[in-house]
Design a protein around this ligand. Structure first.
Ligand code: NAP
Length: 331
C-alpha cells in the first residue's frame, strides 16, 4: 500500500486529493495545524480512511517528525495562506507559510530521506498568480513570472525552491502551476464561491445583494476535482517536472455573475450586485489564461468539467446547504 502525506488537508484541494488517493488504494496521512483544530474532525468524518497527524509548515521539527512517522512514498504540499487579499494584509505570515514552508518541507524530506530504492516524491502547489502582470497570453511553463501580490511572490519562492531541490539534490520534486480551480469546497472568501453562495442566499430570501470588487478581472477557472488527478499523475512520471494545469478558457467575474444568475433563474444580475473598491486588490492581475498543452501531452490530462457546469454544481450545492441551514435555524 502506497503512503501519501498531504499538507493543507483541511483545504479545498486537500479534501479532493485525499478522496482521490484513498480511491487509488493509498494510505493517506493529512497534516493538520494548531491545537484542537476543529477542521480535523470535519476531514475525518468526511474521509474515515484518512489519518490525521499534527504539524505546521512554520515548524521544521514538526515536519521532520511527520516524515519520520509516516515514511511516505509521496508528499503533496498544498498547505498555504492561499487568499491573495489576505496576503496583502499579512505579507510576512504569507512569506513564511506559503514560501518558506515549502523550503522547510523539502529540507525535512532531504534530511529524513526515503528508502534507498524508493526516494520520496514531492508535489508543490504552485500558482498562476506567479505570472501576475502577464508577459504573454496564454501562459505556459516558460512564461516569465511577474507576481503582483505577496502571495504570488511567496509562490515564486516556493516554486524555485522546488526546482532547486530537484536540480541540486536530485529529488523527485515537481510543481503544478495551477490556474484557478473551484468547487463547493472552495472557501467563502473566494469570488466564485462568494457569487454562487450569494446567489443561492438571494434566491432563498436570506440576503439582497452580493458585494464585489473589480468585475472585469478575468480568470481561467476549472473544477478542483479534475486538478488533483493531474497532481497525482505528475508524481507517477519517471522524471519530475513542472506543468501548467489550466482549462485554457478565461471568463470575467461579470461572466461568472451572468452564469450564476442564469442557473438561479434571474435575467439581470445587476440589481443583485454592489461594487465596493475595498474588495479590489492594490495591484491587479487582470487576465490569466493557461496553456496546459504539456500536461495534456505528457500526462494525458485534461479537465472534464466546463465553466457552466462548474457554476451550476457550485450553485446547486450552495442552495441545498443554505436551505438546510435555514431549516435547522427555524426548528
Ligand atoms: P485552501 O483551501 O485555502 O487550503 C489551504 C490549506 O493550508 C488549509 O488546509 C490550511 O489549514 C493549510 N495551512 C495554512 N497554514 C498552514 C500552516 N502554517 N501549516 C500547515 N498547513 C497550513 O487552498 P486550496 O484551494 O485547497 O489550495 C491548495 C494549494 O494550492 C495552496 O497552496 C494554494 O495556494 C494552491 N493553489 C490553489 C489554487 C486554487 O485555485 N485553488 C490555484 C493555484 C494554487 P487550516 O484549515 O488549518 O487553515
Amino acid at each position: 500500500m502506497k503512503r501519501a502525506l498531504v499538507t493543507g488537508i483541511t483545504g479545498q484541494d486537500g479534501r479532493h486529493l485525499a478522496e482521490f488517493l484513498v480511491g487509488k488504494g493509498y494510505q493517506v496521512f493529512g497534516l493538520v495545524r494548531g491545537q484542537n483544530n476543529p477542521k480535523a474532525q470535519m476531514v475525518q468524518d468526511e474521509n474515515p480512511a484518512l489519518e490525521v497527524i499534527a504539524g505546521d509548515l512554520q515548524d521544521l521539527s514538526s515536519l521532520i517528525a511527520a516524515i519520520e512517522q509516516v515514511q511516505p512514498d509521496e508528499v503533496y504540499n498544498l498547505g498555504a495562506i492561499s487568499f491573495v487579499q489576505l496576503s496583502f494584509n499579512q505579507p510576512e505570515l504569507t512569506a513564511d507559510i506559503t514560501g518558506l514552508g515549502v523550503l522547510r518541507m523539502l529540507e525535512a524530506i532531504r534530511v529524513v530521506g526515503g528508502a534507498q530504492n524508493n526516494p520520496i516524491r514531492f508535489y508543490q502547489a504552485s500558482s498562476s498568480e506567479m505570472f501576475g502582470k502577464v508577459r504573454e497570453t496564454p501562459q505556459n511553463e516558460s512564461t516569465p513570472f511577474h507576481p503582483r501580490s505577496p502571495y504570488g511572490v511567496a509562490k515564486v519562492f516556493g516554486h524555485y525552491t522546488t526546482v532547486n531541490h530537484r536540480e541540486s539534490y536530485g529529488l523527485h520534486a515537481s510543481s503544478g502551476i495551477c490556474f484557478n480551480h473551484e468547487g463547493p469546497r472552495r472557501g467563502l472568501e473566494f469570488v466564485t464561491r462568494k457569487v454562487t453562495n450569494g446567489m443561492a442566499r438571494i434566491k432563498l430570501g436570506l440576503q439582497n445583494t452580493i458585494t464585489l470588487g473589480n468585475l472585469e478581472s478575468a480568470r481561467d477557472w476549472g473544477y478542483a476535482g479534475d486538478y488533483v488527478e493531474a497532481m497525482w499523475l505528475m508524481l507517477q512520471q519517471d522524471e519530475p517536472d513542472d506543468y501548467v494545469l489550466a482549462t485554457g478558457e478565461t471568463h470575467t467575474i461579470r461572466e461568472l455573475l451572468v452564469a450564476a444568475a442564469r442557473v438561479a433563474g434571474y435575467d439581470d444580475w445587476s440589481p443583485l450586485v454592489n461594487q465596493d473598491e475595498r474588495f479590489e486588490r492594490p495591484a491587479e492581475v487582470d487576465i490569466l489564461t493557461g496553456d496546459a498543452g504539456k500536461a495534456r501531452e505528457k500526462l494525458g490530462w485534461q479537465p472534464k468539467v466546463s465553466f457552466d457546469e462548474l457554476v451550476e454544481l457550485m450553485y446547486e450545492h450552495d442552495l441545498k446547504e443554505e436551505q438546510a441551514k435555514a431549516d435547522t435555524k427555524r426548528r
